[in-house]
Design a protein around this ligand. Structure first.
Ligand SMILES: CC/C=C\C/C=C\C/C=C\C/C=C/C(=O)SCCNC(=O)CCNC(=O)[C@H](O)C(C)(C)COP(=O)(O)OP(=O)(O)OC[C@H]1O[C@@H](n2cnc3c(N)ncnc32)[C@H](O)[C@@H]1OP(=O)(O)O
Ligand SMILES: Cc1cc2nc3c(=O)[nH]c(=O)nc-3n(C[C@H](O)[C@H](O)[C@H](O)COP(=O)(O)OP(=O)(O)OC[C@H]3O[C@@H](n4cnc5c(N)ncnc54)[C@H](O)[C@@H]3O)c2cc1C
Length: 638
């Protein structure tokens, strides 16, 4: 490294003056962010464990070829498993460890979808057989639903599962090219088993899409089993990024599996070839998606807070213009324009944290009710998970990109961590349900509720997240008909669905503030953030609020004045508010966001480590540069 003194690299906290300005107890806020003292302890311990272990180093990802990258991911997954076993980590600690390793891998799908699918849709017997193997990773599973021709339209899947009563087996088959499974993570190169979704055919009759446990690869030598064609679907968006994952393609050629490998909690096929439906609603076949959507909402705040932490710290370090009498220039975080772009994202990170917490509670509640055969809250749980997944992932992906822009040119460097964060995160707007398709589900739920409000026959009063509807006068007077024009009005209905979900986020943030929150100044800071979140939305959508007569122009102006004042209140606390996320430099993976704010020497040093700088004269000079300079280009071999 050239030109950087040791003292500039080590030990000095360049953000100390910012930290000294804060007006609240950061340690208490860390507990609020983590959810509880216990959750903080686990998260803090495990994040430090991962950060201090060279086996989990991740700063070289963008320079590796796909093959090297993938092999490195396999190594890390194996090393993570060894660490989990050696240290006898609990399930909670193990999940945190995978989280802080921070690399998309087949294990996400194994633990995040394969196991939950068996738990949610398998019978007791099936769970007893498969879960111990999966927990010990003696089998590795993926979730194979999407096909080349159909993803959103699950009922349009073409793979078939035909019951053969002679052998007591299902024959799993891909009848067309478009029925090839396409996208499942972990499928391409690793999974030994899949939960494959296929149209069930019994005695010549079709019974819709069901899940089946299918072995794909030999447990001895990993070769595909008879009738299975399987591979990776190729490079995806961004260098490094999600290419650590082996999203796969899979074709079945009349693959036979025993009858007891159909997931039979929701419906069963007997050995005589009888199809039986349990009392539970058919939609429970979609249960794994509801579960994962809920975890995606909980994770959105992690990705957004990470980007916000980077952009906030860097905005306090970066100075441009405004030097007075040769003094320092202005920190860019002091520009009102920077604040008006950054602080709503900081507020969103906190808002999404709390909505994630609440959704976890809602999911646990609906699960408990389902076990007691109470299905009444399932439609609301579906609408909430679908809608909030859509809202939080869209806002988070857009927010990460905005944070990159807030960091100016340096935000475009891979060493800022933001390009990779965006590339890894943005598919969340598509997987587990395209965000528009999911909002249409919310709209459908809202319209159904409105039509019931208008019906004299219905005695149902809306409760939970739709209770407010009884207080909206024109909705109460609405007389159904809404279902008829649904497709025509769908673009507007999607906007209504977003507004409904925003209302949930704001009201749950307000509810959070009604709880006791210990720690000096902590509640006050959260109140400021909550007001920013709500007023920013009001400001952004003031056209809608004004045109519907919900507010007057005077209200709109007052809201905007208040917003500016709130930004000034956040300013001295901004660094402490992102410190409260308690992220290690390893997890952040960003020179711009490093804790000590010593950005420039680190950027300078990192540049010299780039493989292109290994030689002063680049490879290719003699072939392509010198002939150009010497005007010998016509004779050069190109
Ligand atoms: C810890 C981390 C964990 C895991 C790792 C996380 C991420 C790893 C990265 C990636 C993994 C990605 C995995 C995947 O992407 S898996 C594939 C996901 N695919 C989808 O999400 C497809 C989206 N499509 C659908 O969900 C459905 O097909 C859709 C709901 C759009 C339409 O279904 P269908 O046509 O059958 O239904 P409708 O006629 O519209 O509705 C009928 C009825 O059912 C209700 N409904 C629909 N879905 C559900 C549900 N999930 N739960 C409950 N109820 C549901 C719907 O509202 C209708 O009700 P009603 O109006 O009363 O008739
Ligand atoms: C990184 C990644 C990982 C994935 N992992 C898995 C996995 O592990 N397992 C698995 O099974 N799948 C997986 N998927 C697949 C994923 O679930 C689907 O891609 C997703 O559900 C969207 O479906 P689609 O691709 O068919 O999109 P499409 O439905 O083809 O969407 C294309 C466009 O059409 C629009 N559209 C579609 N239907 C409607 C409608 N009714 N009304 C209005 N507009 C509509 C959409 O909004 C979108 O703009 C993964 C995908 C990605 C990108």
């Amino acid at each position: 490294m050239e030109g950087v003194g040791e003292e500039e690299m080590e030990g000095v906290d360049h953000l100390a003056h910012e930290r000294n300005k804060s007006e609240f107890d950061v340690d208490a806020m860390k507990i609020v962010w983590a959810g509880s003292p216990h959750a903080f302890d686990v998260s803090d311990r495990i994040s430090k464990l991962v950060a201090s272990d060279p086996g989990f180093r991740k700063d070289n990802r963008s320079t590796l070829s796909r093959k090297e990258l993938f092999k490195n991911t396999l190594r890390k997954a194996a090393y993570a498993w060894k660490t989990i076993v050696d240290l006898r980590l609990s399930e909670e600690e193990a999940a945190k460890l995978r989280f802080y390793v921070d690399e998309p891998a087949f294990t996400d799908l194994h633990w995040g979808m394969f196991i939950p699918a068996i738990k949610g849709q398998g019978t007791e017997e099936q769970q007893q057989k498969w879960l111990p193997l999966a927990y010990k990773m003696q089998i590795i599973g993926c979730y194979a639903q999407t096909e080349l021709g159909h993803g959103s339209n699950v009922q349009g899947l073409e793979t078939t599962a035909t019951f053969d009563s002679q052998t007591d087996e299902f024959i799993i088959h891909s009848p067309t090219l478009t029925s090839s499974k396409w996208w499942p993570g972990g499928l391409g190169k690793v999974a030994t088993h899949a939960i494959a979704y296929a149209r069930l055919i019994v005695g010549g009759r079709e019974h819709g899409v069901h899940g089946f446990i299918v072995q794909l690869r030999s447990l001895e030598d990993h070769s595909p089993l008879l009738g299975i064609t399987v591979g990776d679907i190729g490079m995806k968006f961004g260098n490094g990024a999600y290419n650590t994952m082996d999203n796969g393609v899979l074709q079945f050629d009349h693959v036979r599996i025993p009858r007891n490998q159909m997931l039979m909690r929701v419906s069963q096929v007997t050995c005589e070839g009888k199809y039986k439906q349990s009392d539970v609603p058919r939609q429970l076949v979609y249960g794994t998606m509801v579960y994962v959507r809920q975890t995606i909402v909980a994770d959105a705040s992690c990705a957004l807070s990470r980007a916000v932490c980077i952009a906030t710290r860097y905005s306090a370090v970066r100075r441009q213009f405004g030097s007075q009498n040769g003094g320092p220039e202005t920190q860019v975080i002091d520009y009102k324009t920077q604040q008006s772009r950054l602080f709503p994202l900081l507020a969103s990170a906190y808002a999404f944290r709390f909505i994630g917490e609440w959704l976890k509670w809602l999911y646990a509640d609906v699960t408990q009710r389902l076990q007691a055969n109470d299905f009444s809250t399932l439609p609301e749980a579906h609408a909430c998970t679908a809608g909030l997944k859509s809202l939080t992932t869209t806002a988070t992906a857009d927010g990460i990109e905005e944070c990159r822009k807030l960091c100016g040119g340096h935000g475009y460097l891979c060493s800022s961590g933001l390009p990779e964060l965006f590339a890894v995160y943005v598919p969340a707007c598509t997987y587990e349900g395209d965000n528009t398709v999911l909002l249409l589900q919310v709209a459908r739920f809202l319209m159904k509720t409105v039509s019931q409000l208008g019906s004299r026959l219905s005695s149902k009063k809306p409760v939970g997240t739709i209770a407010y509807m009884t207080r909206v006068e024109h909705l109460m007077q609405c007389r159904c008909g809404v279902q008829r024009g649904f497709a025509e009005l769908s673009a507007d209905l999607v906007e209504a669905a977003v507004a409904h979900c925003q209302l949930i986020v704001v009201s749950k943030f307000i509810e959070k503030l009604q709880q006791e929150i210990p720690g000096k100044g902590v509640k006050q800071q959260l109140e400021v953030l909550c007001n920013i979140y709500a007023l920013f939305l009001l400001h952004k959508h003031q056209g809608d609020f004004l045109s519907t007569g919900c507010i007057t122009p005077k209200h709109a102006a007052l809201a905007n004045d208040e917003l500016r004042s709130l930004y000034s209140q956040v300013r001295p606390n901004a660094i402490a508010l992102v410190d409260a996320f308690n992220y290690t430099d390893h997890y952040l993976g960003s020179i711009l966001g490093c804790y000590d704010g010593n950005v420039y020497p680190k950027l300078y040093e990192a540049a010299w480590k780039d493989p292109l700088n290994e030689s002063v004269v680049p490879d290719g000079y003699h072939l392509y540069i010198r002939p150009l300079l010497k005007q010998e280009i016509r004779t050069a071999r190109l």
